[in-house]
Design a protein around this ligand. Structure first.
Ligand code: MF3
Ligand code: CO
Ligand code: CO
Length: 265
């Protein structure tokens, strides 16, 4: 399958889906507190997306090959959970870090974004991991321009986090996005400069680095979805949906409550 170049009409729809995704993350933010269960967060997001946004939560019943249909509307990955954390009836507690990953379909197009949330006061190590992962996402984003390569994105992320003692998860990656949730290309969060697909204006894809405080290895839990670090070290992730523009990039999953880009340094 070749990588699609979105038309101006499609890009406008991607902007709308992207903004709604960011706004759903804004909406849920004040509910992320000690005592709330991830099932409650899932239900709140589901109802907001369906009733207020008139959108569709893409994860619900999503069934890629080798997986049972996903039974929830968002992913909630706590502490050593890397991604695809399945909401459940366990309550969040003080000191937890949790990733909420939301994908909204609007008018046939997808927006996909995730953020880390602190429950109460996180440990210094947990905060540092989350902040580093946010910076790593933006290193990746800032390497996007026509003529750059996918390997440049991966390299920007990997070369930033590994010297800090962190590791990049290999088994999951960013992805093309549009009419479909997961399109070509795969966007790896590690790599070598000047390698891989060359970027062109009109491409849309996610960047969503999963960064572990310990080793990179992961395993899937018995629920068929939730992915955790093998060594049970903490893991963090941030995700944005990106458009390649004539001059660089545009972040499509922006909203008023979206954390601002880190300063250039
Ligand atoms: N939102 C995830 C991503 O960023 C995919 C979740 S698939 C699900 O690609 F089925 F677990 F929701
Ligand atoms: Co994604
Ligand atoms: Co996502």
């Amino acid at each position: 399958m070749s990588v699609s170049i979105k038309t101006p009409q499609e890009i406008e729809k991607m902007r709308i889906a992207g903004r709604l995704t960011g706004e759903a993350l804004d909406y849920i933010t004040p509910f992320v507190k000690a005592g709330v269960t991830t099932n409650e967060l899932d239900k709140l997001c589901h109802d907001y997306i369906v009733d207020m946004q008139r959108g569709i939560p893409a994860p619900l019943d999503y069934a890629p090959q080798g997986h049972a249909p996903y039974p929830k509307s968002i992913c909630t990955s706590i502490n050593h959970q890397v991604c695809h954390g399945m909401p459940g009836d366990k309550a969040l507690k003080n000191g937890d870090i949790v990733n909420l990953d939301i994908t909204v379909i609007k008018d046939g197009y997808h927006g996909d974004s995730s953020r880390m949330f602190y429950v109460g006061e996180p440990s210094i190590q947990a905060r540092r991991l989350c902040e580093t992962t946010w910076q790593a996402l933006w290193r990746g984003i800032r390497s996007v321009r026509p003529g750059a390569c996918l390997g440049d994105i991966g390299h920007a992320i990997q070369s930033f986090v590994e010297p800090l003692g962190y590791s990049v998860v290999r088994e999951f990656c960013g992805h093309g996005i549009g009419k479909h949730f997961h399109e070509t290309p795969q966007v790896l969060h590690y790599g070598r400069p000047r390698t891989g697909l060359k970027l062109e204006a009109g491409m849309t894809f996610t960047i969503e680095p999963m960064i572990n405080a310990g080793k990179a290895a992961t395993k899937r839990l018995g629920d068929g979805w939730t992915v955790v670090t093998k060594d049970h070290s903490l893991s963090a992730q941030y995700e944005h949906t990106i458009l390649v523009t004539d001059t660089g990039f545009e972040v499509l999953t922006v909203s008023d409550g979206c954390p601002p880009p880190p300063p250039l340094r």
